[in-house]
Design a binder for this molecule. Structure first.
Ligand code: LLP
Length: 370
């Protein structure tokens, strides 16, 4: 098989989906929408669909992909700060479950498009709860300085406006505080904020049908073999114990990374071993075109030499792209590396394939399943 390529272990994906099902089975009002931005490979989507998850989308392309892969429109929620008119039209025509509206200006445009198409929309307002997720700055979304959602002090007039407009059915509130969150404290804080907000809204006579707490559950990048299934038990428990839901209220979740990250790895071949004066480089045939997370977020994916059991030596593992940031790991201890060795970049099932690019006119990587 030509390298580099993505390899997905459907067994691990299935274990993960079972963990989700185990947690949600007794809760008919809980709905899990997989954040398709993490991985839109049809081989994975098929299994995710079989386990009854819905989809969280942030673009018209993602909505189309979800529909093409058999997800019912009634399972699709649509977020994003910059929904284009054609994307709104497409979602309205498909009849998606809910728009997660991120600004008053967007709400006005959705109303306009509803009138133009003679239809109505279910909407929730995305709230910026000003909760610090203590994660990488580029993947924090719930702070006042971030572009996402509507800040709490500005919320009430927008809710009133939504409820007055006959184009809309106002469903409730949406939150998403960030990504790769391993410390559960920010989620506890989110629950407290949601509870406070609900109490306030109730005083104002506003009925909330649904609460969406977003995604963000993190995974173990350093020890993927020990922790192939993320801590869904802990995560769902926080909301079960922390939220004061009203009878009949729906609770929605949008995990992305936690569903697919550990089932995927990027397989790459060593092209050259280059000895410098102070460094030894293992130059592989994958670069940030296939996996951009290290270059973009300083993320580290565990690196495994699949074909050597020689003595451990230190290498900088680098790609072929003509940019200094094209590095997967510095001073990695690996069994002696030779030209032709196969290397696995672990935990690459989320935000790997979907974020790959054609920079340097490189082809997009293929994918296989185990
Ligand atoms: N819901 C909304 C509204 C989102 O914006 C996101 C992710 C999710 C759900 C799913 O979050 P997750 O469960 O996957 O953390 N490319 C970055 C992550 C960007 C996440 C963007 N939003 C990375 O590779 O770390």
């Amino acid at each position: 098989m030509r390298t580099p390529y993505y390899q997905y272990d459907l067994g691990i994906l299935e274990e993960t989906l079972k963990a989700i099902r185990r947690n949600t089975a007794g809760h008919p009002d809980w709905h899990v929408h997989y954040a398709i931005k993490a991985n839109a490979n049809p081989l994975l989507l098929k299994l995710i669909n079989e386990y009854g998850l819905g989809i969280d989308c942030v673009s018209g392309g993602e909505i189309q992909t979800a529909l093409d892969n058999g997800f019912p429109a009634s399972s699709i929620v649509f977020a994003g700060v910059g929904k284009a008119d054609w994307e709104i039209d497409m979602a309205l025509k498909a009849g998606i479950l809910c728009f997660n509206v991120e600004s008053e200006a967007e709400m006005d445009v959705i109303a306009e498009r509803c009138s133009a198409l003679g239809t109505t929309a279910h909407i929730a307002l995305r709230v910026n709860p000003d909760v610090d997720a203590h994660t990488h700055a580029n993947i924090t979304t719930g702070k006042a300085e971030n572009k996402f959602g509507i800040e709490i002090p500005m919320l009430m007039p927008i809710i009133r406006k939504a409820r007055q407009n006959p184009c809309f059915r106002f469903e409730g509130l949406h939150f998403h505080i960030g990504s790769q969150i391993l410390d559960m404290e920010p989620y506890r804080l989110l629950c407290r904020k949601v509870n406070e907000l609900q109490d306030q809204l109730e005083e104002e006579g506003v009925k909330i049908n649904s609460i969406n707490v977003g995604g963000g559950l993190g995974i173990d990048y350093e020890n993927p073999e020990d922790n192939p299934v993320p801590d869904f038990d802990g995560w769902f428990n926080i909301f079960r114990d922390g939220l004061r839901l009203r009878p009949g209220q729906q609770l929605h979740f949008e995990p992305g990374r936690a569903v697919v990250a550990q089932c995927g790895r990027l397989i790459t071949k060593v092209l050259y071993v280059k000895q410098g004066t102070i460094k030894k480089f293992a130059i592989v045939d994958a670069g940030f075109t296939e996996l951009i997370r290290p270059a973009l977020y300083g993320a580290h994916h565990k690196i495994v030499n699949l074909t050597s059991n020689g003595p451990l030596m230190k290498y900088d593992v680098v790609g072929p792209i003509c940019e200094s940031s094209d590095i997967f790991g510095k001073d990695e201890l690996l069994p002696e590396v030779h030209r032709g060795d196969l290397i696995a970049l672990m935990s690459a099932g989320a935000y790997g394939e979907t974020m790959s690019s054609c920079y340097n006119c490189r082809p997009l990587p293929p994918a296989v399943t185990l």
